[in-house]
Write a protein that binds this ligand. Structure first.
Ligand code: GAR
Length: 224
């Protein structure tokens, strides 16, 4: 039985589109049952509809600071669609600890940095300011703390001296679109195990390494 997934979005939904595309595969252990946006103007809604996925808007703005009331409506929608797992894809609204607890171990988020570095807003600009040479993206289980929680998968990219926040965001986004579907496949397929703050995944040892700036085989700067 495929696990039923709700994707929650607030914007353009490129990660949503990557998840929808991956879930088309017959052997994918999850199906995207509904896309829910907290903003009626989210571009991702049209993309989801074009893919034949059910969509729903629950505007969060009218609820103001009453997060619990917004979440009550959201929870009813999730129950109506018999949802097993939630994927946040650029969903820009914080949850109460109660809602997060209810979905413990069943709600994923993706963040465009190698967490625990650079949580919060504009992580790519934060990475540039810190001068890191490698950044990336993280898929993690959601806990009450923002952009934190057991890490399911990460992907790294080099940061270039001439990067802008936009160019770095674009490079990281390519990685996001690869790791989010892969992470959902593992979770829905029952291949991950939560041990307190740590998520374990059977097998799949990566032999890849990334050094930035790039070095030749003799250990000198590439091309120097
Ligand atoms: C993505 O880069 C995602 O990692 C980020 O928002 C963007 C949404 O893009 N999420 C966060 O920063 C969460 N703290 P998308 O709508 O094209 O998927």
């Amino acid at each position: 039985m495929k696990r039923r997934v709700a994707i929650l979005i607030s914007g353009r939904g490129s990660n949503m589109a990557a998840l929808i595309e991956a879930a088309r595969a017959a052997d994918f252990p999850a199906e995207i049952a509904v896309v829910i946006s907290n903003r009626a103007d989210a571009g991702g809604l049209e993309r989801a509809k074009a893919s034949g996925i059910a969509t729903l808007t629950i505007e969060s703005k009218p609820f103001g600071k009453d997060r619990a009331a917004f979440e009550a409506e959201l929870q009813s929608a999730l129950e109506a669609h018999k949802i097993d797992l939630i994927c946040l894809g650029g969903f820009m609204r914080l949850f109460t600890a109660e809602f997060v607890q209810r979905w413990h171990g069943r709600m994923l988020n993706i963040h465009p940095s190698l967490l625990p570095s650079f949580p919060g807003l504009e992580p790519q600009a934060q990475a540039l300011r810190a001068g890191v040479k490698i950044s990336g993206a993280t898929v993690h289980f959601v806990i009450p703390e923002t952009d934190a929680g057991p890490i399911l998968m990460q992907g790294a990219v080099a940061v270039f001296d001439d990067d802008t926040a936009e160019s770095l965001a674009q490079r990281i986004l390519q990685i996001e679109h690869r790791i989010y579907p892969a992470a959902l496949r593992l979770l829905a397929g029952g291949e991950v195990r939560l041990e307190g703050d740590v998520c374990r995944t059977a097998g799949g040892r990566s032999g890849d390494s990334l050094i930035s700036p790039a070095l030749d085989r003799d250990g000198r700067l590439n091309g120097k």
